[in-house]
Design a protein around this ligand. Structure first.
Ligand code: AMP
Ligand code: GLY
Length: 419
């Protein structure tokens, strides 16, 4: 089969590579992709939101399945567009993608269907938002309602910080339209994990879980980012908690979407936190997580292409996973998640041979790569244990000089502290 992957980041590199490694798949195209994934897929120079050109390509090349990586084309309706043209595409419709694109929409669904999550209020008026914050006290969480590339959440430890976040989001329109409405939410304390499922027409195939590291610096300090590293499995989240999350979150959410008239197809990503009262939802995404995908998908033992076709055709399939652990570390440009300067030269990446490298923001420049974005790449290792995987990745990363780039040196620490 021929597959088209939409997007250009490390997540899409992992998706493309998984398809490329599937015996059932003959050709993998990525639109637009990036220079670093050329060994695993053919990159085509079409932007991820140019639906007309993408659909024409899919028709001309007789693409069997299009797989959408990022949230933007989903929120803009790429699935509706392809489906109207009779093309097979995996991802939620524009209406269903709201589960990620509008935090207030997701919150309303959860409250209506008793899906466990933090107590909250929704505001468009800054003064009302501030009054609510003063009444609730700190710590408290302020979230831009719309898409903000993982940066629209302020976990405020003081009331002042929360008030400032409201001024910044509603007053200064920090994230434009996305933050003209904010969700203010109870602070939840506990271990976080990412639980993703393949969903189509009521069928649910859960994946192995992962843990992301959202903060920019070691010790989980600094600003929130899109994610600085991840690992799977998450040994300190017990199996019974995953089963509980499946029953109390994943299944009811898929049912709720159908009942609300917005049935969900695609990756349902539940960002969960294990509280004293069990797992609760922090956020839903309507797509694969980045960087979680880079450590979850390579653990799939089944043929990815074959599985996707069985899912879309509603044929039974036994989806299996490897026992090996995987741990990945993001290399980012200095300054990330703030403004970064592109163009710094990356070291010779062949020095990383032996670990898997997923390219996110890189560009070829002569015989080397240069940085081209905030998160540049992710280096990951698969091993019998997480400890071994961590050692392998850091041994490689530490062998080279990363001028103009940085990475966290403690990815995986939560898994090891309980030992
Ligand atoms: P989100 O973009 O919604 O995943 O939020 C980014 C990060 O903020 C999460 O990974 C959590 O670490 C933190 N966060 C979000 N909501 C809450 C909450 N209600 N309580 C505590 N931390 C939160
Ligand atoms: N790593 C979190 C996300 O993809 O939203």
């Amino acid at each position: 089969m021929k597959v088209l992957v939409i997007g250009s980041g490390g997540r899409e590199h992992a998706i493309a590579k998984q398809f490329n490694d599937s015996p059932s798949v003959t050709n993998v195209y990525v639109a637009p992709g990036n220079d670093g994934m050329k060994n695993d897929a053919e990159c085509i120079g079409i932007d991820a939101t140019n639906f007309e050109a993408l659909a024409s390509f899919a028709i001309e090349q007789r693409i069997d399945l299009t797989f959408v990586g990022p949230e933007q084309p989903l929120a803009e309706g790429i699935v509706d567009f392809f489906t109207d043209k009779g093309l097979l595409i995996f991802g939620p419709t524009k209406a269903a993608a709201q589960i990620e694109g509008s935090k207030s929409f997701a919150k309303e669904i959860m409250s209506k269907y008793d899906i466990p999550t933090a107590a909250y209020g929704t505001f468009t008026d800054a003064e009302e938002a501030k009054a609510f914050i003063r009444q609730q006290g700190a710590p408290i969480v302020v979230k831009a309602d719309g898409l903000a590339a993982g940066k629209g959440v302020i976990v405020a430890m003081t009331i002042e910080e929360a008030l400032h976040a409201v001024d910044d989001m509603i007053g200064n329109q920090r994230f434009g339209e996305s933050s003209s409405r904010v969700v203010i939410e109870e602070f939840l304390d506990g271990e976080e994990f990412s639980y993703m499922s393949f969903v189509h027409d009521g069928q649910i195939y859960p994946m192995v879980i992962a843990q992301d590291h959202k903060r920019a610096y070691d010790g989980d300090r600094g600003p929130n980012t899109g994610g600085m590293g991840a690992y799977s499995p998450v040994p300190h989240i017990p199996e019974h908690v995953i089963e509980e999350a499946y029953k109390t979150v994943v299944v009811p959410t898929v049912r709720a979407m159908t009942e609300e008239g917005v049935p969900f197809t695609g990756i349902l990503y539940a960002g969960l936190i294990l509280t004293n009262q069990g797992p609760k939802v922090i956020e839903f995404n309507a797509r694969f997580g980045d960087p979680e995908t880079q450590v979850v998908l390579p653990r799939m033992a089944s043929d990815f292409g074959e599985f996707m076709m069985a899912l879309m055709n509603k044929e039974p399939f036994e989806l299996t996973w490897h026992d090996d652990a995987m741990l990945g570390v993001v290399v980012a440009s200095d300054g990330y998640p703030g403004d970064v300067v592109n163009g710094a030269q990356l070291p010779d990446l062949t020095k990383l041979n032996g670990v898997d490298v997923f390219h996110a923001g890189t560009k070829a420049d002569g015989d080397h790569f240069i940085g081209n974005g905030g998160r540049v790449l992710l280096a990951a290792a698969k091993a019998k244990t997480l400890e071994e995987a961590q050692t392998q990745v850091y041994n490689k990363l530490n062998e080279v000089e990363w001028n103009g780039f940085f990475y966290r040196t403690d990815i995986g620490w939560r898994a090891f502290q309980s030992k």
